[in-house]
Ligand binder design. Sequence first.
Ligand code: AMP
Ligand code: GLY
Length: 420
Amino acid sequence: MKILIIGSGGREHALAWKISQSPKCSALYIAPGNAGTSQVGQNVSLDVGDFDAATAFIRENNIELVIVGPEVPLVEGIVDHLNREVPSVLVVGPTAAGAQLEGSKAFSKAFMARHDIPTAAYAEFTTADLEKGLSYIKTQPVPIVLKADGLAAGKGVIISQTHEEASEEFRQMLSGKFGEASSTVVIESFLDGIEFSVFVLTDGTDYQILPVAKDYKRIGEGDQGLNTGGMGSVSPVPFVDSALMDKVKTRIIQPTIKGLAKEKLEYKGFIFFGLIRVDNEPYVIEYNCRMGDPETQSVMPRLQNDLVQLCIATCKGTLASEQVKLDARTVASVVLVSGGYPGSYAKGKVISDLTDHADGMIFHAGTKSRDGDVVTNGGRVLAVTSFGTDLQDALKKSNSKAEEIQFEGKYFRRDIGFDL
Ligand code: AMP
Ligand code: GLY
């Protein structure tokens, strides 16, 4: 089978690495990919937002299966486009209607309310309701969580410790702090607990649960400092036991998939449930319509199934007859970033000592090839993923490999999994 993965990050390298191992995969293309994906497939210079170019490539190369990595093309309707233009091609990813789970926080909150799915209490406001929103803020306990309705590259959530700060942030968001994305703002109550990430593949009726993971978003050790795209991840997550997972299944996963079907929101793809445990009960913090990054780098190594087979079952509606098999070992992924990230940073730094990793894999994110070298090409550069007998063992191996790899300005957190 000829397969195309759309995207260029660490998530896509991890997906490509896994897909390339399938006996069903005869050719693998990644558009646009990075220096790492070119080791397991062929990179194709395509803009992820150019659906016509993707369609032309799919036709010319007889692609039979497409996996869409990032949220932006999904929310913008790439799946609808491909279903219309190349209907015989299998596509993993929700239609634009289904992708609203991530594309609009107001939509997802109302969806959860309609289906009785546990989440923080909320209200939504537009510019027309500025005064109403300011009055609402005054009635809420602090901290207060403000969320831009639309996609804001992971930056659209503000947690304010005072009413004054929340009011000021609320005004700024409605006046375009995140552009069109914050023309509607969701205000929700703060949930105090520990977060974890649950991933499923659904064919719209049935689902299979992939390994549970936890990511670390703050730049600094001990979860201090600015939010990033993700500084590391681990899988499994020890506190997510079978009793908690049973609640996640019956109260969150099943009602979500039933709700999508009932509302005729066509969804064949990954659902990422960003969850929080409060007093041993699970709540939804957010939905994403794709896999997580850097969670995928810890999830894929633990998945023992043929991912191509799972993707085919997702598209053909036969997931119920699949069974997920997990590697019992622990995986820890440590992300190496460019100095200055998540603020401004330099690109084009040569990466040296990028030798094979005996204890796991090195997944590329912001890298590219230049004159025979691999150079940095983004804020998040690499993820070093290791297997271990336990978290400490896996982390020790990832940290020591991360230490070896060199590029100017390299930074990584050494405490991934510190709170587990
Ligand atoms: P989101 O983009 O919705 O994932 O939000 C980014 C981060 O903000 C989450 O990973 C949480 O750490 C935090 N967050 C979002 N909503 C809440 C909430 N209601 N209570 C506590 N923390 C939250
Ligand atoms: N790791 C969080 C995300 O992918 O959004």
